[in-house]
Design a protein around this ligand. Structure first.
Ligand SMILES: Nc1ncnc2c1ncn2[C@@H]1O[C@H](COP(=O)(O)OP(=O)(O)O)[C@@H](O)[C@H]1O
Ligand SMILES: [Mg+2]
Length: 252
């Protein structure tokens, strides 16, 4: 039986007067990879950011409706957004390591939590970098700047940084679109391994990536969720004409 871990109901989001999300109802199952696809500007990043309140950081945003995480409305004034973003972590399109060492990047969140025990920190660094499949690349240079790594390695350090605070859900906004095909393939494999322990939601422009790695796919268009179903169904036999036109490359 699948268990819903995160869901939105009638979620509307406005940037000033512009309605970027027009009432999104969507439920995410624990342990699945959900892909979000659709043409540029259709609201994928906006929706993803609304799932861990990253839009709170943007001025003039109005949100109505609800996002429930483990039975609680994340938009309740009681929500601690710092804790929320540890439970629901995020990886961006451009690798964005801090200008510190690899080691300091990975332990950043734990240090904020007050962890100072070197043994604990060392262990989390190794486990997180291993889980992000970048340990062998960096184990001999943990105290070098993360910025000295390749783009693909930087992105995997960013994934390790998210893993280090023990999240439940990982949001990924086009995490491979700035990378070469080899690095992208490595990240895809890493995400498939991480599926054992985490729920993931990934925005991607790459249709074959969506079909390779996701269980479910959501197709967005102009701020609406047009279709949400098993990935196989979306790609083999979509119910909506707009979905079919998009995946067959007729627009976007
Ligand atoms: N910070 C912002 N301020 C104003 N409008 C924005 C902002 N971010 C996105 N938008 C607008 O909201 C719509 C959805 O954008 P976005 O969520 O980035 O789409 P996608 O990720 O699918 O390309 C677009 O029309 C975009 O111009
Ligand atoms: Mg986007």
């Amino acid at each position: 039986m699948s268990e819903i871990i995160l869901s939105s109901r009638d979620l509307h989001l406005y940037y000033g007067k512009k309605e970027a999300l027009k009432g999104i109802d969507l439920s995410i199952n624990k342990g699945e990879i959900t892909a979000m696809i659709g043409p540029s500007g259709c609201g994928k990043s906006t929706y993803l950011r609304s799932l861990n309140r990253m839009n709170d950081l943007i001025p003039n945003v109005t949100i109505t409706g609800s996002v429930m995480y483990k039975g609680k409305d994340i938009y309740s004034p009681k929500t601690d957004t710092v804790d929320l973003r540890k439970e629901i972590g995020m990886v961006f399109q451009q690798p964005n390591p801090f200008p510190f060492s690899i080691y300091e990047n990975v332990i950043y969140g734990l240090k904020l939590k007050g962890e100072t025990n070197k043994q604990v920190l060392d262990q989390v660094v190794e486990e997180s970098l291993r889980a992000a499949s970048v340990w062998d690349d960096v184990k001999d240079k943990l105290h070098q700047s993360a910025l000295s790594l390749s783009g693909g390695q930087q992105q995997r350090v960013c994934i390790a940084r998210v893993l280090a605070v023990d999240p439940e859900i990982i949001l990924l906004d086009e995490p491979t679109s700035a990378l070469d095909p080899v690095s992208s393939g490595k990240i895809e494999n890493t995400l498939l391994e991480l599926k054992e322990k985490y729920t993931m939601i990934i925005v991607t422009h790459n249709m074959s990536q969506a079909s390779r790695i996701s269980d479910k796919t959501a197709f967005f268009l102009n701020g609406d969720l047009i279709e949400f179903d098993n990935t196989k169904k979306i790609f083999m036999n979509p119910s909506q004409k707009e979905t079919e036109d998009y995946i067959s490359g007729r627009f976007g």
